[in-house]
Write a protein that binds this ligand. Structure first.
Ligand SMILES: [Zn+2]
Length: 265
């Protein structure tokens, strides 16, 4: 959003754009998204009232997923689109009308920089961070459609190993709601690995109130889709990120062969 002089009101020239793309010419049917890729905060918002320790925690971003997403994009030759600002600024996987879109509290942490936020300030965050990201995903899906390229939407996330004092046993989980096609295939192949604790809609399921990317870009547009959640302690280091990227690349190649063999029947 711009003021009368055409200057952005939230993101200034010293702030990076929210959207970043990797491998935009990738030929894979998989379109990868990463809503919680980054933990930047627009300069004008300071630290949102939080110490650095809080801003490095899972409440600010999906720890480890950036490395997995970038490597997976390379392995699969897949277009990856990511959003670089912290979900504490605005959560790009929440409908903007829900309270957790700009959280006043996350797990047990109060986000003082979000308390009492005006409607105008919230609208700016949406206009300069949330909207450009989702507009770009829309455009990419449109362009792929016009070019006759199939799109399978994969939304990549990571989850904290302990939430509100409860340990989570899963290593990786599929997240879905209305797609009954891809998630079962993915579950089957992940379980066949033998050494993974696989969550079926765990640690949580997709819903219209708690999610945005899958319901809006996947389900509403009729794309085959799934979300993936990887436990953060397994991908905190580069070796783990590499391991999961290689594992998912192998599994997605197999899924691609299955999906497109069925399409030819
Ligand atoms: Zn996430």
């Amino acid at each position: 959003m711009n003021d009368a002089a055409g200057t952005a009101l939230l993101l200034k020239p010293e702030d990076v754009p929210p959207v970043r793309e990797y491998n935009a010419a990738g030929r894979s049917p998989f379109l990868l998204t990463c809503d919680h890729y980054g933990r930047l905060i627009p300069r004008i918002l300071g630290d949102l009232g939080l110490p650095e320790g809080e801003l490095a925690r899972h409440i600010a971003w999906d720890i480890g997923i950036a490395g997995v997403a970038e490597a997976l994009s390379k392995h699969l030759d897949a277009h990856l689109i990511v959003q670089r600002y912290s979900r504490l600024v605005i959560d790009c996987n929440r409908p903007p009308h829900v309270a957790s879109s700009i959280p006043r509290i996350s797990e047990a942490t109060t986000i003082s920089g979000n308390e009492g936020i005006s409607r105008e300030a919230a609208a700016l965050r949406r206009a300069e961070i949330f909207d450009p990201y989702h507009r770009r995903i829309d455009e990419i899906i449109d362009q792929r459609g016009s070019a006759g390229m199939p799109t399978v939407l994969v939304s990549l996330h990571s989850f904290t190993p302990v939430y509100a004092g409860i340990a989570r046993p899963w290593h990786i989980g599929t997240l879905y709601h209305r797609d009954a096609h891809l998630p079962p295939l993915l579950l089957k192949l992940l379980r066949a690995e033998g050494d993974l604790v696989v969550g079926d809609n765990e640690p949580y399921a997709v819903s219209d109130e708690t999610d945005y990317t899958i319901p809006v870009h996947g389900e509403a547009r009729g794309l085959v889709n799934t979300g993936i959640e990887i436990r953060q302690d397994l991908i905190a280091e580069e070796s783990g990120q590499r391991r999961f990227a290689e594992l998912l690349a192998r599994i997605f190649r197999e899924i691609e062969a299955t999906l497109f063999a069925e399409a030819k029947d």
